[in-house]
Design a protein around this ligand. Structure first.
Ligand code: FDA
Length: 308
C-alpha cells in the first residue's frame, strides 16, 4: 500500500529535502550504502572480498541534468576503477552504472553523451581487468539503454545488462541477450510502472522471473540471479543443475545490507555471490526504493524516528 507513495517520493525534490534532514536517516542509510567517499567504498569492498564475496560498485547518482555533472560521474568511476586496479580488488569487483547518471536525459544529445561517458568507464574497466554492468531504470529508458548496451558490446563484449522481470517485454529481451558471452543480471524491477507495460501482482512478477531464468539458464550466456527471494534462489539452483551449469557459469547477486546470512550460506555452498555495493552522497533515490520494497525496512525507519 505504501509502495506507490514511497516510489513517488523517491522522485520528489521536496520529499528529498525533508527525508535527508531527519535525524535517524543516516544510521539507516549506512545499512544499505558503503559511505560517501571512494575510501569508504574500497574499505568495504576489501572487507567483503575477504569474506568470499564478489562485488559490483555503484557510484550513486541518477537523473543528472547537466553535462558537467555527467562527466564528473564518469570521472568518479575512472578514479574508482583506478583504485580497484591498484589495490588488486579488480579481480573480484566490477562496477554498475546508471545511464541517467552519465547523461541519458540531457535532451536531444543525451544518448550520445551517455554513450561517450559509458565508453570512458568501460575503457577504464578494461584497463583494470574487470567488467561493467548497466543498471536498468524505468521503462521509458529500456530501449535506449539496451541500444547503448548493444553499441558498447561491439567494443566491450563482456558488458552486462540488467533486465527486469516485471516488464512484459523482458522474456523476449532475455532470448535476445542469452547468446554466447552475454552477461544478464535478472531482477524483478524496482520502479512504479503502469499495467500497460508491467505485471502488477507479485505472483505474476515471480512467474515471469522464473520464465526469464529458464531462458537465461538454457542459453549460452552468464546469468546473474539478482534476488533476495528464497524461492527464486532455490529455483535458480535447480535450473542450473538441470542445465548442467557449473558453479562458475552463473552467479547470485544481492544488495548490500540485505540477507547477509543467506549471502554467507550461498558462499559456503561454493556458489559465486556478488554484492551490489552503492557509495557516494546521492543516496536518496536508492534509499527510498529500498524502503518501498519491504515494509520491514520502513517499519525500522519509522521506529527509529519515533524514538528520537
Ligand atoms: P521481493 O522483494 O519480491 O521479496 C521476496 C522475498 O525475498 C521476501 O518475501 C523475503 O523473503 C525476501 N526478502 C526480500 N527483501 C528482503 C530483506 N530486505 N530482508 C530479508 N528478506 C528479504 N531493480 C531495477 O529496477 N533496476 C536495477 O538495475 C536493479 N539492480 C539490482 C541489482 C541487484 C544485485 C539486486 C539484488 C537488485 C536490483 N534491483 C534492480 C532491485 C530489484 O528489482 C528488486 O526491487 C529487489 O531486489 C527486491 O526484489 P527481490 O527479488 O529481492 O524479491
Amino acid at each position: 500500500m505504501l509502495r506507490t507513495p514511497l516510489l513517488a517520493a523517491a522522485r520528489s525534490p521536496r520529499a528529498r529535502a525533508v527525508v535527508q534532514q531527519l535525524p535517524p536517516t543516516r544510521a539507516l542509510v549506512e545499512r544499505f550504502v558503503a559511505g560517501e567517499g571512494l575510501d569508504d567504498a574500497v574499505a568495504v569492498t576489501d572487507e567483503l572480498v575477504g569474506a568470499g564475496r564478489r562485488i559490483t560498485l555503484d557510484h550513486l547518482g541518477e537523473d543528472t541534468r547537466d553535462a558537467a555533472q555527467a562527466a564528473e560521474t564518469a570521472a568518479a568511476y575512472e578514479r574508482l576503477l583506478g583504485a580497484l586496479k591498484e589495490t588488486g580488488l579488480a579481480e573480484r569487483a566490477e562496477v554498475s552504472v546508471k545511464l541517467s547518471a552519465v547523461g541519458q536525459f540531457l535532451g536531444a544529445d543525451g544518448e550520445r553523451v551517455a554513450l561517450d561517458n559509458a565508453r570512458r568507464i568501460c575503457a577504464a574497466a578494461a584497463d583494470a581487468g574487470t567488467t561493467v554492468t548497466l543498471d536498468m531504470e524505468d521503462h521509458t529508458t529500456t530501449d535506449s539503454t539496451l541500444g547503448i548496451a548493444r553499441e558498447l558490446r561491439a567494443d566491450f563484449p563482456w558488458l552486462g545488462v540488467v533486465l527486469q522481470a516485471y516488464l512484459h517485454r523482458t522474456e523476449a529481451d532475455c532470448a535476445d541477450f542469452a547468446g554466447p558471452g552475454s552477461r544478464v543480471r535478472l531482477c524483478k524491477g524496482a520502479y512504479q510502472e503502469p499495467a500497460s507495460v508491467a505485471y502488477q501482482s507479485k505472483r505474476e512478477v515471480d512467474l515471469s522471473y522464473v520464465r526469464c531464468l529458464k531462458q537465461l539458464m538454457r542459453g549460452e550466456g552468464y546469468p546473474m540471479v539478482a534476488s533476495h527471494d528464497p524461492r527464486m534462489i532455490r529455483i535458480a539452483g535447480q535450473l542450473a543443475q538441470w542445465n548442467n551449469r557449473k558453479a562458475d557459469t552463473f552467479e547470485y547477486q544481492m544488495l548490500y545490507g540485505i540477507r547477509p546470512d543467506e549471502q554467507q550460506r550461498l558462499v559456503d555452498t561454493g556458489a559465486t555471490m556478488r554484492i551490489y555495493l552503492p557509495y557516494g552522497g546521492e543516496w536518496y533515490g536508492y534509499f527510498m526504493r529500498r524502503l518501498a520494497e519491504r515494509p520491514a525496512n520502513l517499519a525500522f525507519f519509522l521506529r527509529a524516528l519515533a524514538t528520537k
